[in-house]
Write a protein that binds this ligand. Sequence first.
Ligand SMILES: *[C@@H]1O[C@H](CO)[C@@H](O)[C@H](O)[C@H]1NC(C)=O
Ligand SMILES: *[C@@H]1O[C@H](CO)[C@@H](O)[C@H](O)[C@H]1NC(C)=O
Ligand SMILES: *[C@@H]1O[C@H](CO)[C@@H](O)[C@H](O)[C@H]1NC(C)=O
Ligand SMILES: *[C@@H]1O[C@H](CO)[C@@H](O)[C@H](O)[C@H]1NC(C)=O
Ligand SMILES: *[C@@H]1O[C@H](CO)[C@@H](O)[C@H](O)[C@H]1NC(C)=O
Ligand SMILES: *[C@@H]1O[C@H](CO)[C@@H](O)[C@H](O)[C@H]1NC(C)=O
Length: 668
Amino acid sequence: MAGFHLLLAVLLGPVSGSLPTTSPPRLPSPCQVVHMDVFCSGLNLRSAPTNLPQGIQTLDLSRNMFQNLTRQTLAFHTTVHHLSLHSNRILFIERGLFRGMKNLKFLDLSKNSLDVFAQSKSSIGKLGAVESLDLSGNGLHTGMTDYFLRDSLSLVNLSLNSNSITKIAKDTFSGSLALRKISLHNNVILEIEDGAFNVLFYLTELDLSKNSITCITDFDLSQLQILNLSKNSLEAFQTLDSDLEYELASLDLSQNKIIYFPLVPRRNKLAYLDISRNQLQGVNTTGTAEEMGDFREESFHTQSGQVLRQQDFSNLKYLHLSYNQIKTIPQSFFNSMVQLELLNISNNCIGTFVVKEESHLKNLKVLDLSYNSLRNLTFGKNTLLSLEELFLQGNLLTTMDPHTFQRRPSIKYLNLQQNNLNICMQSPSSNKHVHPHGCVAFYSIPTLRDLYLSENSLKVLPNNAFMDTPLTLLDLSLNPGLEVGPKALSGLEDSLVRLSLRENHISRLDVDLSSLSHLKLVDLSTNRLSALPSWSKKSSIESLNLGSNHLVTLEYDTLVALESSLKTLYVGSNPLSCCSNLRFFHLMQHSAVVVPDIATVTCVHMQDPEPVNIERVTEEMCQSLDNSSRSLTVIVVVVVALVLVVVLGLLAKACYARRQKRSSTFSA
Ligand SMILES: *[C@@H]1O[C@H](CO)[C@@H](O)[C@H](O)[C@H]1NC(C)=O
Ligand SMILES: *[C@@H]1O[C@H](CO)[C@@H](O)[C@H](O)[C@H]1NC(C)=O
Ligand SMILES: *[C@@H]1O[C@H](CO)[C@@H](O)[C@H](O)[C@H]1NC(C)=O
Ligand SMILES: *[C@@H]1O[C@H](CO)[C@@H](O)[C@H](O)[C@H]1NC(C)=O
Ligand SMILES: *[C@@H]1O[C@H](CO)[C@@H](O)[C@H](O)[C@H]1NC(C)=O
Ligand SMILES: *[C@@H]1O[C@H](CO)[C@@H](O)[C@H](O)[C@H]1NC(C)=O
């Protein structure tokens, strides 16, 4: 890329000069020149090179050693549109420098030492045509911005991020009335004087994130569209009560200390509202009337001492409430949320979540209720018809309407990890018998693709559990003792791609995995399998995890079935036999199959007390074993034969002696 730039520089250099034939030969510039843009970043410069083309548009002097910014140090390149001087050491700016730069629109002075300049109490004068100014990372204190902004009539975008400003005074922006966007992220703002932003009629975007603001009780910037107050110390956010139409569309209040649900403008365009990581205990907008005094009483509907106001969220699309302490959310809270697409209430304390009426949450696509204390999840019959993704992991669900998921006609993704559910058999009549505590049906959900059922203490995976539910992903891991019926995966033949049965204590698997023609990733690790299921044809599995099982021998038909598709195999921590798996080891060593855990793949060899790494197994090891054992057998046979002969001989002798004895007695 650099070479390309330099080549362009050579080709274009003369063209940008005035008269190529008469101009004196230039020294090669250390900068890269692309058309009318010059890049001199990171070259230890204290001033701009003089031998640059005339009429350049962009001049990037970032990461250099500039201290003084003057016409001279800029080598009189005062026609530029775009000037970047970030990460220099600028502590002095020539007064009126920018007024003379009639084309300059973008000026980046971030990461310099402009606090030193401000301490000298001199001003940079008129900012001229500059529309975008970046003063972030300059150690500027409250009041210092005056020396830069006093006369900046064209300024539209201003960044003051990462300075040390503690207060926004009434007149801070009085010299820059055209401002539309202000970023004050990462300062220490404690105080905003009344009216400080109200003078800015065009202001649409304000970033006050990562400051120390504790309270906003009279929000009145009706022209503002985007407001970020994330990472402050806010305990309350309340809008001045008014019938004015507010433009506010995005409000980020995450990571504060908010206790009561914010009071948003009565008439608003709010589409994005983030109140995650606060201290909400419910969705009431204030505490009781007593707690709050008679705070703007007329605007609330007072009911048995509680202060409530039905808020308008008819434009809301995204609502983030995760990481609070919410216990319940009344149905009526969602009344106006007809456009809501994403609702995230994960990591709260909700025990019951009920959606009864069909008018609510019609457009909801994603619902995250994970990591609550849900025991009761009730969705009315014709509700949540648009729901595509449902996160319910980390709850206490044991029973629910068995048809809960079958009645969501758009559901694609369902995470039920870490609950206590049972799976229904396909024929509902026998359900009661199998699961006295009820079950959930996963068959006949034609839209469902991803299903997570790990850590549910599942005992049985019944046959046909997923009939007519063309899953691509099925996670059944961490259900120790799970019994998998031979036809448990029937119906998934043409869809299933990923299957996990990890850590289930399974000792026998009677499922024909090769019948799942799309299967690519299979995890059978940490079980008690001593044999693999049999295969009726070639499988399509690409990654197979057999680690931590009781496998001694991998049968030949397994190898044949896997050989053509397998790319990755985990087989560590099994008591493999060295000599009965020679074919298999050969396959692993001479095919493209990757064994990522090869260091832990060992086998047992009779002569070795220690397990042998399979990379060290050779055919000879097993042959010599054969030979020695054969000679051992010969010796044993010979010894046995000898012993037999001796014993027979002795017996014969004894018999003879006895008969003689007997006959002698007879004769006696
Ligand atoms: C910067 O300006 C100051 C005062 O105007 C001067 O003393 C100093 O030498 C200048 N430094 C450079 C590097 O030009
Ligand atoms: C100001 O910022 C907005 C939003 O980041 C951007 O779209 C616009 O181009 C910027 N305008 C100028 C003049 O920098
Ligand atoms: C608000 O600011 C925080 C912190 O800078 C940032 O992470 C977040 O993305 C911003 N919010 C929005 C909605 O842009
Ligand atoms: C919210 O208000 C309702 C209705 O007035 C009341 O029943 C409930 O206890 C309040 N919840 C909280 C958390 O204050
Ligand atoms: C919900 O919020 C949590 C915490 O911010 C986040 O981790 C999770 O991914 C969100 N869920 C969705 C579906 O976006
Ligand atoms: C769940 O909660 C709803 C509403 O509170 C109630 O009607 C229903 O009986 C509860 N169901 C269970 C199983 O507790």
